[in-house]
Design a protein around this ligand. Structure first.
Ligand SMILES: [Zn+2]
Length: 252
């Protein structure tokens, strides 16, 4: 059966001499594994649409366990991501996040649009990566069903005052009464809360004018990564570990 959908390549693995197996986040069918046959032969028409980050209009033949790419018309290769190491690293992290969370053959239109927006903004970005990535993380985790409760205590529903904490397990801020009986909470305060809400509601291409103190950004990034790992039941993100190891060695 032939099916058509836009999609973005999240991962590529060489398969036999001239083929690739791609993990594609498709708009209509969610995550699919697709064979790009003959793509590594010279002048293959599938070359551009079978690379990581490629955003294309695909025609697939749907087999029993795999999709086979019949045709791929490139919409945007996001080639400029490769011109800057920070763009490449943070874009790879964005792909890892998306790949870790989506289920095979389950579409998510909001997440698909967010990913395209993220890659197009990142492909032109020169500064402000950390602010961008926190904004992506809070939107991303909300769009896959784990939007944290930020306007009242997630446990008792009471108004939030300082001191407060953030519960990764329950997904939201926790008031003083509740955090004293609940362990494993993360630090949280009004300033962090305010900026986290701003980062959630500001569009990814509109972050330039949003000024956030550096120390708050570091705290929010730490919190978001811990929260996402808890939601996805993962221990780490390989790309993020790699980014940290580079930063600890004096930056790029
Ligand atoms: Zn409470």
């Amino acid at each position: 059966m032939l099916v058509k959908s836009e999609g973005i390549v999240l991962r590529e693995v060489k398969f036999e001499d001239t083929n690739k197996i791609l993990t594609i986040f498709s708009r209509k069918y969610g995550k699919v594994n697709a064979i790009s046959r003959g793509v590594l032969r010279p002048r293959s028409p599938l070359l551009a649409s079978s690379q990581v980050f490629a955003y294309s209009d695909y025609t697939f033949f749907k087999g029993k366990s795999f999709y086979h790419i019949n045709q791929g018309d490139i919409i945007d290769s996001f080639y400029d991501i490769r011109k800057n190491m920070n763009r490449l690293l943070y874009s790879s992290y964005v792909l890892e996040l998306v790949e870790s969370s989506i289920v095979e053959e389950e579409p998510n239109e909001k997440l698909f649009k967010l990913l395209i927006k993220a890659l197009s903004v990142l492909s032109q970005m020169n500064t402000g990566f950390l602010k961008f990535i926190i904004s992506f993380e809070i939107k991303y985790i909300s769009f896959i069903g784990y939007r944290p409760c930020l306007d009242k205590c997630v446990l008792c529903g009471n108004e939030i005052n300082e001191p407060m904490r953030f519960s990764k397990r329950h997904g939201g801020v926790v008031c003083k009464n509740c955090f004293s009986i609940e362990n494993f909470n993360e630090p949280m305060d009004f300033a962090m809360l305010k900026y986290l809400e701003l980062l959630l509601f500001t569009s990814l291409d509109d972050l330039e004018n949003l000024k956030i103190p550096k120390d708050i950004m570091f705290k929010l990034q730490d919190l978001m990564v811990k929260y996402i790992l808890t939601c996805l039941e993962k221990n780490k993100f390989c790309t993020l570990e790699f980014i940290k190891s580079i930063q600890n060695n004096g930056g790029i």
